[in-house]
Design a protein around this ligand. Sequence first.
Ligand code: SAH
Length: 235
Amino acid sequence: MAPDAFGCDDVGVAPWRSGPDHTAARRRMVDVQLATRDITDLRVLAAMAAVPRHRFVPASALADAYEDGPLPIGAGQTISQPYIVAFTLQALDLRPGGSVLDVGTGSGYQAALLAEMGAVVTSVERLPSLAVAGRDRLADLGYAVDVVEGDGSLGWPPGAPYDGIVVAASGPAIPDELVAQLGVGGRLVMPVGGRRHGQELVRVTRREEGADGAVRESLIPVSFVPLLGEAGWSL
Ligand code: SAH
């Protein structure tokens, strides 16, 4: 059987799991995994109920698209657990129409959620195969996201300043380049810590011009794939 856009073999679909549009499974994901935990932002819950997560996972993982965990998306990468994606979106506290840099496009799921919430989204991915597949998938689904290929550990200066920056891969530290690309009042949410373990999700809020105006908060322990690049881990 031909590999799909994720490089995974199509082992077949189980549409009876929740119906062809997966609405019931998505509703259950929001109710059971998000609303009963600490996701209270109605805009986040509405976006999570709207974006078809099953369109962002390989066919081989389709039956698990709305389960409470991360899933492989090919190239050794993962789409994050729905709860962690929702927690990150809530921590960003975006205003509609705000500009956001999404570092690590991967499947494009987080970028789609940001667009669904009304953000103007630039998404940067270092792996060309994922950037191309993510761009095509987002366009197919009607999400106007600018997907660019490059080292997002250095941000994406052409779009700066951003109201929000979200990083889906863990670095040894918060890159100064990313903080410098936040506008005043902007927020950055990023996992920081060991290359594979001992990571925490950190939020940096830029209150004034200059690095001194940045406030850092530790949010929750997490486990992300490594941020590979100049201001991340070496290859
Ligand atoms: N947000 C994604 C999660 C993808 S996993 C989703 O919703 O599916 C993290 C992604 O970060 C991977 O695709 C990986 O290739 C990418 N990545 C790692 N280091 C990067 C870097 N320096 N710049 C851009 N992308 C990077």
